[in-house]
Write a protein that binds this ligand. Structure first.
Ligand SMILES: Nc1ncnc2c1ncn2[C@@H]1O[C@H](COP(=O)(O)OP(=O)(O)O)[C@@H](O)[C@H]1O
Ligand SMILES: [Mg+2]
Length: 275
């Protein structure tokens, strides 16, 4: 124990959204997007968030990273109120947005140039190389982004999100544009990264199998204005395999999640009809 001691609450609540309500001002009036949304994520856990399109999932990623301030409620990371963008967060999106004038290694190193300026150049490159090896792209460090496939670009984007060892990794539909088999390869890569790097992860996805395969817990958001509608504990363990997705237990969980999405979609349609 000794030096490893942490306050028990810090271990338990690494990310906390407390009673969040948020609305966007449109020309036509206020659009309520999140309503009294609360959840916590323990340190080192991987949580998938699913919900109908337009219910507020990306808004949650912006709130959790400090890019957006909620109208009501608070976001805490490691018990600290999030009030501005945080360097201890890493993010990756559906569109990897790599810089074409930099090679793969230099794209990955970029966040270190911003948040770890004191780190020697050789150390930065070594860190990037270690990550490239984990995602199976060690031979592509000198390639330009345009020379990579969609799946490879997304691997590079994951390395870039993790290079500065963020406490929190936020992924907003990172595999959404990939074909089914490439996506499954990326899931395996994600499991490797989860095993080798230490981070707490929020994954936004539309793919229920992906949500279950990668996560310790799946949160279903209700239709807009979204609140927490349902929570599924995933008990596939650390050595999960793709075939685990086809067991009767997982099939039942997936059916349950699909039904929850249907309920959430109905709420959103009804809300749009009457507001
Ligand atoms: N900056 C903004 N200004 C106005 N409306 C926004 C803004 N950002 C998101 N919205 C609206 O808020 C709702 C939720 O958006 P978003 O969080 O992107 O949904 P999701 O990621 O679940 O599809 C959508 O109707 C979207 O059009
Ligand atoms: Mg979105």
């Amino acid at each position: 124990m000794g030096g490893d001691y942490c306050h028990p609450q810090q271990i338990y609540m690494h990310i906390e959204l407390r009673n969040i309500s948020h609305a966007f001002q449109l020309e036509t009036g206020l659009l309520p997007v999140l309503q009294e949304l609360s959840f916590t994520i323990s340190k080192g856990k991987f949580v998938s968030i699913v919900g109908p399109s337009g219910c507020g999932k990306s808004t949650i990623t912006r709130l959790a990273s400090g890019l957006l301030k909620p109208n009501h409620g608070e976001v805490y990371i490691s018990n600290e109120l999030v009030s501005s963008p945080r360097s201890t967060v890493g993010m990756a999106f559906q569109n990897p947005v790599l810089l074409e004038w930099r090679n793969v290694l230099d794209n990955i190193v970029l966040p270190l140039e911003i948040v770890s300026r004191e780190m020697p150049k050789a150390g930065r490159k070594q860190r990037a190389r270690n990550l490239l090896k984990l995602v199976g792209l060690e031979e592509f460090e000198k390639s330009r982004p345009s020379e990579l496939s969609g799946g490879m670009k997304q691997r590079v984007s994951l390395c870039r999100a993790l290079v500065h060892k963020p406490e929190v990794l936020i992924l907003d539909e990172p595999f959404g544009a990939l074909d089914a088999f490439t996506r499954e390869d990326l899931w395996q890569t994600m499991l490797t990264l989860k095993r080798e790097e230490s981070f707490t992860c929020i994954l936004i996805t539309h793919d229920l199998r992906e949500a279950v395969f990668l996560a310790d817990e799946v949160l279903v958001l209700s239709g807009r204005p979204a609140t927490l509608q349902y929570k599924l504990d995933v008990s596939l363990g650390d050595n999960r395999k793709l075939t685990d997705l086809y067991t009767s237990q997982t099939t039942k969980s997936l059916a349950m999640l699909r039904n929850q999405i249907k309920i959430a979609q109905e709420k959103q349609i009804n809300h749009e009809k009457f507001c």
